[in-house]
Design a protein around this ligand. Sequence first.
Ligand SMILES: C[S@@+](CC[C@H](N)C(=O)[O-])C[C@H]1O[C@@H](n2cnc3c(N)ncnc32)[C@H](O)[C@@H]1O
Length: 333
Amino acid sequence: MKNKEFINKIITGESLEVLSKIEDNSIDLILTDPPYFLDKLDNNWTHKKVSDKRNRQVIKSLPAGMKFDRQQGVKFYEWYSKISKEAFRVLKAGGFFFSFSSPRLYHRMASAMDDTGFEIRDCFLWVYTQNQMKAMSLNHFIDKMDISKEKKEILKNRLSGWKTPQIKSNFEPIAMAQKPTDGTFLNNFIKNEVGLLNTNIRVGDNMYPSNILSVEGVNEIMDKHFLISKPNNEKGNFNIHMTVKPLELCKYLISLSVYSKDAVVLDPFVGSGTVALASKELGKNYIGIDINPEYVKIAEKRLNTSQYSADEEIDGLYITTRKKLSSLQAKLI
Ligand SMILES: C[S@@+](CC[C@H](N)C(=O)[O-])C[C@H]1O[C@@H](n2cnc3c(N)ncnc32)[C@H](O)[C@@H]1O
């Protein structure tokens, strides 16, 4: 088997370094949630640095995620070009590369993937309702102006409700890129067992998969079309990672794009191990990489304590119609 020393393991290490040891054309799917390059969340991310509230909440008087700095995007592009180059090399021809991002820097990430040779096939939106507004009132700055108290009040009234341009963010874009196929889709699939999407899976109320994803349960129409499955304390109480992705979302993307029973799913920024766990629960192989040993321990704990067995999947498919979902839940109780 290729990549023997890495299969079904979480490797502590710098992603580019570990990726360089993975064999060419050996990976079926890359599904990852890289650092977004906002605030301190870059490729030198340490848990101590990002979990300190002083670093996270107020960066030079702006709320987390809202420091506007052109260099963030430039650096992200340069670094993600190197990651994408390795991703391109290790993926099988026709293999998919799903990568989460932020609305602000998605364009840089997708351009890096595109410029490396990937075909950008789509952009998925993970939609959610829970988030805080980040826009700030300017009253604080008005108070510091060298004008009379009366003029300050007039200005504050004029600007009442008008805030800095940071809208409440309620989606995360996920690029769906594909390494070019070797010949036609059909020939490539026969040869490599990658490159097609599984339209047997269902979301919401027996609907075809779409590029809008929700795991919340919002209202009847949204749920009917886009609801994947509601999370159920899947993160684990011991999990201190700050950007854990929903397990069901990862399972959905793997089920949508992975065919082979022996497939290997790679997450070069595995954090607390969600993609690895999703792969394991679907009976697929995984390789996880993270630079922070404390996250690797959490990922290993999640993987070791997972009660779920891939045999529980109904007909080997990931189907979330309400009826089947409740029968699946009944099976698990
Ligand atoms: C957005 S988080 C991933 C969270 C993950 N999806 C989960 O559900 O827990 C990104 C991860 O990338 C890791 N990371 C940052 N820079 C890295 C690098 N150069 N090499 C490897 N891992 C890195 C961080 O430690 C962090 O855990």
